[in-house]
Design a binder for this molecule. Structure first.
Ligand code: M6R
Length: 628
């Protein structure tokens, strides 16, 4: 949520804007940059820091920068792409934010929880504010400390001491050759284009080092470093410091910390290739992603790497949590785990996880599912689980993420970078990872050395994306403006939830989802001849019951669409009941949901495109939701 970059080198325009493009998935309400020439002179004598910002997508900023030539001669820059939290998404609230004297420019990802209090204090000190953001408070606070005699780095420290909440900051100070930074809770990484041989940097008062040559980059996501750096620094919480083109100094104010300097996984590189949108490409990446994931599990999901998971009955309770799509994966995963090994499972959305409190102790395992590994609600759930002494397993796609590092164990789902805001291949890989986890628990029960993943191998062989023309015709149907209802039982209901979420977020069309059996308990009142009711009925044991519920809706005028694994022969007796039928191939029961979701992801995509929308960037949303 919000992407920030910092750059020192010869080509700020290319590097700032290009890196911002890579981070645009984190928010696209507005974008902005600030540049300076450092000690060799400022872009304009009277305007040491040149700030350019525009509302809307990054291309608006790119046009403005190109027209005004604002980066000419600049060597340092910071940039921001915004998902609005405080204040509407306009140019005034866009970052960077500047101090009243124009000496400081700040970009920020996170939320300053005490900004109202700080703002009041600064207003009493004579400062006036031009925006509705919490970030402007930081710029004014830096000016306040500087005016009281603190050098820039000390002003940063003082500001960090009083700021409450989450922040990743990149800061320019007029005429300095450095970018200042600070981090608490929101992710922040630093890399040089050529690294020295040092493998770690020591954080210590005044003499921390990270020597290097070449250009310097700071960013919210390592995706920005993939094209040039093999290693980067992942800043720990409560760190502040500065970086020049030659070195970086990190401070924690208390003592020595070792910063991790990690190899970047080249798989994070993500190209759209010839696909019109990332979402489409990522859906069609699913089969390969599952194959790679399964191969990885075969070698890595072992007793040696995860001894706790291989202990029979190690946990009295298994609690799964996640947000949005990851929550839907958790719902399905809990059923699979229960069926495979009889474990006692419960599922919570991240923001409601505190309700699991009284069930948490050292006998509980909490599985935290997240594509990004940076979702604030899921991170809060992790903190809560750890406080209660539960064991924690992060099931993440971004393997260098905060969640991956902070949990006791991490199981990467290896879907590869996912750029489109709507999660697709990551969801499918989460389902496969949950299946692998269930198989691991089963292997533990049976004292087997490794989980049996043959079901996933079979899935890869048979997985079908369906017929594009047929799926487009369903997209057309759902775009007609009828009332949409999705009903199902068991895991079919969970797939319906995910199908509905995909349609809602990419097409802004509502599809109400109900347990099929619940329809008659009230929701049937919504159904009339203007309704399409889709019955998700891919499980044999609930097929007839779901069918009856659909017929109850049909009797009230609704048109019924059947989504099923049943063959033509099997549905023949009910042929007249359905307006349309969409069939999917049958797979291993525990993996059926992976097959089931694929056509719905494609239908959502085609629906979005048919409405003239950009499915990669749904309105009001961001890929990585780093606020609670
Ligand atoms: O990165 P995470 O998996 O933790 O993200 C959780 C949700 O924000 C995410 O799944 C969201 O619901 C997606 N936009 C769904 O497509």
């Amino acid at each position: 949520m919000c992407g920030i970059v910092g750059y020192i080198g010869e080509n700020p325009e290319r590097n700032l804007l290009y890196k911002l493009r890579l981070l645009e998935y984190r928010g696209y309400d507005s974008a902005g940059i600030a540049v300076s020439r450092g000690t060799s002179g400022a872009p304009s004598e009277n305007n040491p820091l040149a700030v350019t910002k525009r509302a809307g997508e990054l291309k608006n900023l790119e046009n403005a920068v190109a027209q005004a030539g604002v980066t000419a001669g600049a060597r340092l820059g910071i940039g921001h792409t915004r998902w609005a939290t405080h204040g509407k998404p306009d140019a005034t609230n866009a970052h960077p934010h500047v101090s009243s004297d124009g000496k400081w420019a700040v970009v920020h990802n996170g939320i300053i929880e005490n900004h109202c209090e700080l703002k009041r204090f600064l207003q009493n000190e004579g400062y006036s504010f031009y925006s509705e953001t919490d970030t402007e408070t930081i710029a004014k606070l830096l000016e306040y400390f500087e005016k009281r005699g603190f050098a820039p780095l000390q002003a940063i420290k003082r500001a960090c001491d009083v700021l409450q909440g989450s922040f990743a900051l990149a800061v320019l100070h007029e005429n300095d050759d450095a970018i200042y930074f600070a981090k608490n809770k929101s992710p922040l990484y630093l890399a040089f284009s050529k690294r020295s041989n040092k493998k770690t940097a020591t954080v210590q008062q005044a003499d921390a080092d990270a020597e290097a040559e070449g250009d310097l980059f700071i960013a919210s996501d390592v995706v920005c470093f993939n094209d040039f750096a093999e290693e980067y620094y992942a800043l720990p919480d409560k760190t502040y410091g500065f970086a020049t083109a030659e070195k970086a100094e990190f401070y924690d104010g208390t003592g020595e910390i070792r910063l991790s300097s990690e190899k970047i996984n080249a798989k994070s590189l993500c190209l759209r290739n010839n696909y019109a949108h990332y979402m489409l490409k990522e859906i069609y990446d699913t089969k390969n992603a599952i194959k790679e994931e399964t191969d990885y599990f075969k070698t890595h999901l072992t007793r040696e790497n995860y001894p706790l998971l291989f202990q029979p009955r190690a946990f009295k309770k298994i609690i799964l949590t996640g947000c949005g799509t990851a929550y839907h994966a958790a719902l399905t995963g809990a059923r699979i785990i229960e069926e495979k090994c009889g474990a006692d499972c419960e599922v919570y959305v991240g923001s409601e996880f505190y309700n699991a409190g009284y069930k948490l102790n050292k006998h509980a395992l909490v599985v935290l599912i997240s594509q990004s590994g940076e979702t604030a609600d899921t991170l809060a759930a992790l903190t809560f689980a750890k406080e209660k002494g539960a064991a924690t397993l992060a099931m993440i796609n971004a393997e260098h993420s905060t969640l991956a590092k902070a949990a006791d164990m991490a199981l990467p789902v290896n879907a590869g970078a996912e750029i489109a805001v709507a999660s697709t291949k990551a969801y499918s890989c989460q389902l496969v990872a949950l299946y692998a986890l269930a198989q691991t628990f089963q292997a533990a029960e049976r004292q087997l050395p490794r989980p049996d993943l043959s079901g996933a191998d079979e899935l890869v062989k048979r997985l079908s994306y369906g017929d594009e023309e047929e799926l487009r015709s369903f997209a057309t149907l759902f775009g007609e403006g009828k009332k949409l209802f999705f009903i199902g039982r068991g895991t079919d209901y969970f797939t319906a939830l995910e199908a509905s979420l995909k349609i809602k977020e990419t097409s802004y069309i509502n599809a109400d989802v109900y347990y099929a059996g619940e329809l008659k308990h009230g929701f049937l009142a919504l159904v009339d001849e203007n309704a399409y009711v889709t019955a998700f009925a891919t499980q044999k044991d609930t097929f007839l019951k779901t069918l009856s519920n659909a017929k109850e809706a049909q009797a009230r005028g609704a048109k019924i669409i059947l989504f099923t694994t049943a063959s033509q022969e099997e549905t023949k007796p009910y042929e007249n009941s359905f307006f349309r039928i969409l069939r999917v191939p049958k797979t291993d029961d525990a993996l059926q949901s992976v097959q089931n979701v694929l056509p719905w992801q494609l239908i959502a995509y085609f629906l979005s495109v048919s409405k003239g929308l950009n499915p990669d960037k749904p309105r009001n949303l961001a890929k990585s939701v780093t606020v609670e």
